[in-house]
Design a protein around this ligand. Structure first.
Ligand SMILES: NC(=O)c1ccc[n+]([C@@H]2O[C@H](COP(=O)([O-])OP(=O)(O)OC[C@H]3O[C@@H](n4cnc5c(N)ncnc54)[C@H](O)[C@@H]3O)[C@@H](O)[C@H]2O)c1
Length: 317
């Protein structure tokens, strides 16, 4: 297949490009580098089946005939979407609709990268796909949550009205190599602080939970969904649940750091609990995550170590 990956220079998009190339496909990556980096695509630099388009997907574009679109373009970390609030709303609405128009034009299949943030600060636990969520539509995080909810609605509408063959993946917190170290997410924050010997910042009392999926598990699940025949949202994430304090302990153990923990006030609308119910993915796709937290942190350590070192070198220049 000739596959378009929007947001392919980002954390997840670049791993997806690697996996698609490894599976024998040709890949066109469209990215405006708002939060992504060309470094993430370095392994594909000399790959003849890989093409990079420096492209804002909010502007209509046409990469030529394509068979599948993976729509992953969007700032994704709280730091990024709070900094780029308007761009986040635009890419989830105008950008996604431009990609859906391309899918319609070329009769391409379409997979939209949605998020557990669609559930907001959930009142149901763990979150099943049938739960409609508890989202503050006017809070600071609404630029992301509502953009993704709109993108889901647009995807379903193109399926219903234009018969586009669509899929929606609700991605839960994912971590691993290429996660930006300044993105404010729990693992990157803790890894960076642990490796620098600084105290690990825990917001609130640290008893709020997160479930964290290692990137190779997430990509395997997304690719399995891309081959399935189901148009409704599907959760892909790791249901093993850890408190933020337990995550901090795990990072300290894997990094061998002697850092302490410091507590700060909880940011507005920070979800207290997030955990996917993956019954649907297990049944429909026969998929479940295989890599446990400590193993995933060990697989990520080398990347974070070199990212922290290169940041320190840049700061000295
Ligand atoms: N990483 C996670 O844990 C997670 C969780 C839930 C959902 N997701 C979703 O997965 C997708 C990828 O997330 P990520 O963690 O890789 O984020 P990322 O910031 O690393 O990657 C996003 C990419 O999209 C690009 N982009 C943004 N706006 C664009 C535009 N207008 N045109 C073209 N490219 C644009 C960025 O430059 C970047 O390369 C996002 O849609 C995100 O919402 C990620």
């Amino acid at each position: 297949m000739r596959v378009l990956v929007t947001g392919g220079a980002g954390f997840l998009g670049s791993h997806l490009c690697d996996a698609l190339i490894a599976d024998g496909h040709s890949v066109v990556c469209a990215d405006n580098l708002l939060t992504g980096r060309m470094d993430n695509l370095a392994p594909l630099a000399n790959e003849p089946r890989f093409e990079f388009l420096h492209q804002d997907i909010c502007v209509p574009f046409d990469p030529g005939k394509i068979d599948y679109i993976f729509d992953f373009a969007s700032p994704a970390s709280p730091v990024d979407y709070l900094r780029h609030g308007i761009e986040t709303l635009q890419v989830g609405s105008v950008g996604t609709m431009n990609c859906l128009d391309l899918a319609r034009k070329y009769h391409a299949k379409f997979l939209m990268a949605s998020t557990s943030e669609c559930y907001g600060d959930p009142l149901e636990h763990p979150q099943r796909e049938s739960y409609w969520g508890h989202v503050n539509p006017v809070g600071p995080r609404s630029v992301y949550d509502e953009a993704k909810r709109f993108a889901e609605a647009a995807t379903m509408a193109y399926h219903r009205y234009h018969h586009v063959d669509t899929r929606i993946v609700r991605i839960f917190n994912t971590y691993g190599p290429r996660l930006q170290i300044n993105d404010g997410r729990v693992i990157s924050n803790f890894m960076k602080q642990a490796l620098r010997g600084e105290p690990l910042t825990v917001y609130g009392d640290g008893l709020q939970t997160r479930s964290l999926c290692y990137v190779s598990d997430e990509i395997t699940g997304i690719l399995a969904l891309s081959r399935a025949n189901d148009h409704w949202p599907t959760n892909i994430g790791n249901p093993a649940e850890f408190t933020i304090l337990e995550c901090a302990q795990a990072v300290l153990k894997v990094s061998g750091s002697t850092s302490t923990v410091k507590f700060e006030p909880l940011p507005q609308d920070d979800p207290k609990q997030r955990c996917p119910d993956i019954t649907k993915a297990r049944t429909l796709l026969g998929w479940e995550p295989k890599i446990e937290l400590l193993a995933g942190l060990r697989l990520s350590l080398e990347y974070f170590r070199s990212a922290v070192e290169s940041q320190a070198v840049r700061a000295q220049k």
